[in-house]
Write a protein that binds this ligand. Structure first.
Ligand SMILES: *[C@@H]1O[C@H](CO)[C@@H](O)[C@H](O)[C@H]1NC(C)=O
Ligand SMILES: *[C@@H]1O[C@H](CO)[C@@H](O)[C@H](O)[C@H]1NC(C)=O
Ligand SMILES: *[C@@H]1O[C@H](CO)[C@@H](O)[C@H](O)[C@H]1NC(C)=O
Ligand SMILES: *[C@@H]1O[C@H](CO)[C@@H](O)[C@H](O)[C@H]1NC(C)=O
Ligand SMILES: *[C@@H]1O[C@H](CO)[C@@H](O)[C@H](O)[C@H]1NC(C)=O
Ligand SMILES: *[C@@H]1O[C@H](CO)[C@@H](O)[C@H](O)[C@H]1NC(C)=O
Length: 403
């Protein structure tokens, strides 16, 4: 964990307080400059401003003012874009469905800018996000998340976003809990809309157990059956919307080092690379979904890997999406598995957009004894965007209540 030692925490606030008069003069100058170049289409301007004047910048008022879902652009890659500062964010402040460990501000994080970045695709303007519209379209539905703790975070985020749209907050309830990292099943009910939002914990998705093949070495305490879907599948395949994710547990620390090996055809796969196992498991999951989920009833999403930033200096700002490039093998496995499987499942391709957000992690603003967390995300924050992009994806596909 070299992160803390390498900390190059760019403390903008401290610098600002020393240079307020200078900045003020610069602001005045830039404003005059801006007025004279107002039609010159300098895209760079917005980024430049948002970097300098974090709390004073407001999102362009014209953009996103069209609320009609019918104005959804149909042929737009909404996952390719950039983060723009938007003072209208976050979508919620306090929320009973967010676990304390992810409430960074409440846990002492002083800067708030990380809550205020809106994702803007390169190729199109999205209508403004409308939580009430989302809630109404979900009327009578069952939304199911299944996966690791990142799936739980997304569940928390969606519940919080929808809660904002509910007039009587007490009508939305946690039916199964508590919200913790070991609870296998969570359910929130939105009574006014007859809506359930569920989360099933299944970090690997495939079946696992301590029934190891005969004559396995003693160090093998359990196996992951790469060709077999986890039992939990029976519980969620009849959802209206299903969001599946995995990735963070496919490491040797979380498998081999714990005595968990891989198994195929009742054979112990000694020496199998974790990456290869991950890919094999994803193939099992995508083909299980194709064979068992009724796509007329269920809209299926696979959410891609959301990168950690353990090796990066802490930053209070997003990275520049036009210059930052990184390859995430974990994400490639999902892309590959989905390509082989021609099901109508949708991809929530959040890898790149999340990779630009080292500022969005929990860092040390949590409750547990973990000294630093550069994997999980603060709420409100980046996971809210995953849910917003899910909403837009549903509108673009325009099936059933989403037409
Ligand atoms: C991001 O990088 C591009 C290309 O180098 C540059 O033009 C732009 O000004 C950068 N944006 C910010 C906010 O630094
Ligand atoms: C996911 O999004 C990134 C960024 O736009 C893009 O480079 C990549 O090709 C996308 N992957 C897939 C499978 O769509
Ligand atoms: C949602 O469904 C309930 C019945 O379950 C109905 O009373 C209500 O009018 C519906 N709301 C919307 C916005 O469709
Ligand atoms: C609630 O939704 C379920 C389907 O999810 C439906 O079977 C049931 O009739 C609905 N209840 C009401 C009161 O609308
Ligand atoms: C899904 O809907 C299509 C068109 O309505 C229909 O042809 C198909 O049989 C349905 N599939 C299932 C599994 O019900
Ligand atoms: C987190 O780390 C920062 C910078 O190292 C430090 O100033 C702050 O006190 C720490 N916060 C907590 C809650 O430990």
């Amino acid at each position: 964990m070299g992160w803390r030692n390498n900390i190059r925490c760019r403390d903008i606030r401290a610098r600002c307080s020393l240079t307020v008069p200078v900045l003020f003069a610069a602001l005045l100058f830039l404003w005059i400059l801006d007025q004279s170049y107002i039609h010159s289409g300098t895209l760079f301007k917005r980024e430049f401003y948002s970097t300098l004047f974090q709390s004073s910048y407001r999102g362009t008022p014209t953009e996103g003012s069209d609320w009609r879902a019918s104005s959804m652009p149909k042929n737009c890659d909404i996952f390719s874009g950039e983060w723009v500062y938007d003072d209208n964010l976050p979508l919620y402040s306090s929320c009973k469905f967010a676990e304390r460990g992810f409430l960074c501000h409440r846990n002492g994080r002083p800067d708030l800018a990380y809550q205020k970045w809106r994702w803007r695709p390169h190729g199109c303007a999205l209508p403004r996000f409308d939580a009430l519209d989302m809630l109404n379209r979900l009327n009578g539905s069952r939304v199911v998340f299944v996966g690791d703790s990142m799936g739980r975070t997304q569940w928390e985020s969606l519940c919080c976003i929808l809660l904002q749209a509910v007039a009587d907050k007490s009508s939305a309830k946690l039916i199964h809990g508590p919200i913790s990292k070991v609870t296998p099943f969570l359910r929130a009910r939105f009574l006014t809309n007859n809506l359930s939002v569920d989360y099933y914990r299944s970090p690997f998705l495939v079946a696992g157990g301590s029934d190891v093949p005969a004559r396995s070495p003693k160090r093998v305490v359990g196996t992951l059956k790469l060709e077999k879907m986890g039992r939990i599948g029976a519980n969620w395949h009849k959802a209206d919307i299903l969001i599946i994710n995995t990735g963070h547990w496919w490491t040797s620390t979380k498998t081999y080092d714990r005595g968990v090996y891989f198994e195929m055809g009742k054979q112990l796969m000694r020496g199998m690379k974790v990456d290869a196992a991950h890919l094999r498991a994803l193939k099992t999951v995508t083909s299980w979904v194709s064979d068992n989920v009724d796509f007329n009833r269920t809209q299926v999403f696979f959410r891609s890997f959301e990168p950690s930033h353990w090796t990066m200096a802490f930053s209070r700002l997003p990275l520049n999406s036009s210059t930052y490039r990184m390859v995430y093998p974990h994400a490639q496995h999902l892309f590959e598995a989905l390509e082989l499987n021609s099901s109508p499942a949708m991809l929530l391709n959040v890898t790149a957009l999340s990779s630009y957000r080292p500022d969005g992690h929990v860092f040390n603003y949590t409750r547990s004894s973990v000294p630093l967390d550069c994997a999980h995300w603060c709420l409100p924050g980046v996971p809210d965007t995953w849910n917003q992009l899910m909403y837009y994806s549903l509108l673009i596909r325009a099936k059933g209540p989403w037409a």
